[in-house]
Design a protein around this ligand. Structure first.
Ligand SMILES: C[S@@+](CC[C@H](N)C(=O)[O-])C[C@H]1O[C@@H](n2cnc3c(N)ncnc32)[C@H](O)[C@@H]1O
Length: 259
């Protein structure tokens, strides 16, 4: 048996033993196979993979305190609701997901949004490397897409396997938008493919960033990054706004009160 199969079996067993009551998905049917393949890739045990990955990400969000009561949640590139379906049993106050695939967003609205009024799904016609997989061309370059959300409107943001499919300059643009829409004290959980080669590597839909370059971009924008874990090829990070901003505010306040 190949090692990855053994790894998958052990993971599923672990989830069944340690979180037997956490499967929140019974009320929402599985998405059509074609959508699950677009977000998971090719697998013989597609539904198991879909559920397993959703559970893993949900556990990370729980551990990071990103599913707590009152959370306003943004899911960038929400796909066919692999995470959204699991967030339905969490006490978050609102969930907004967006994607550039019209069919997946329609399916999420019908199957999740219609069941739970906290959940909203938005479609934007964006250009993406994913066109190679699903044929959806998109009108607007992602590098020019202004998120149509007010500043400081989300306390938790997820990008699960999104930057892994975007060239670095597009991701940097998204990070600037995220810096704007993240509420003070908010947190971002994201995955990236990293490599220490000189050049950023890429295949048709997979993009690897040079580790130092990526971390440098985060710092320049004003994010504080914390490495969480590596799962398969995915490096998971949490981001918060760097402490420089409050410190500057403090200096200004001091100047004002002393002047
Ligand atoms: C691997 S799937 C992950 C979907 C979802 N985050 C999940 O974990 O199930 C990648 C998703 O990113 C979406 N996507 C690709 N480029 C995007 C962009 N520029 N902006 C938003 N979503 C994008 C695709 O349509 C696809 O649904």
């Amino acid at each position: 048996m190949p090692p990855y199969k053994l790894h998958n079996i052990l993971n599923k067993l672990f989830i069944k033993i340690f979180s037997p009551n956490k499967d929140t998905t019974t009320q929402v049917p599985l998405p059509p196979e074609v959508y699950m393949r677009l977000v998971c890739g090719q697998h013989d045990d597609l539904a198991d993979q879909f559920n397993w990955a959703g559970e893993v990400v949900l556990n990370m969000l729980d551990e990071e305190g990103m599913t707590a009561d009152g959370t306003s949640f943004l899911d960038v590139g929400c796909g066919c609701g692999r995470i959204a379906r699991r967030l339905m049993e969490r006490p978050i106050s609102s969930y907004t997901g967006f994607d550039r695939h019209p069919g997946m967003i329609r399916w999420c609205r019908e199957q999740i949004g219609a069941r739970d009024p906290r959940f909203a799904f938005h479609y934007f016609s964006l250009q993406s490397s994913y066109q190679t997989l699903d044929g959806h061309k998109g009108r607007q370059p992602a590098s020019a897409f202004a998120f149509p959300y007010p500043a400081a409107s989300f306390s938790a943001v997820l990008l699960a396997s999104i930057f892994t499919h975007m060239p670095l300059q597009e991701s940097v643009h998204y990070l600037r938008e995220l810096y704007r829409v993240l509420a003070p004290g908010g947190k971002i959980l994201l995955s990236v493919f990293l490599s220490d080669d000189e050049e950023d590597g890429c295949s048709e839909v997979d993009f690897y960033y040079h580790t130092g370059t990526f971390l440098g971009c985060l710092e320049e924008i004003g994010f504080k990054a914390r490495f969480r874990q590596k799962l398969a090829e995915h490096h998971w990070y949490t981001l918060s706004t760097s402490e420089a901003a409050p410190a500057l505010l403090l200096d200004r306040d001091v100047e004002q009160t002393s002047g």
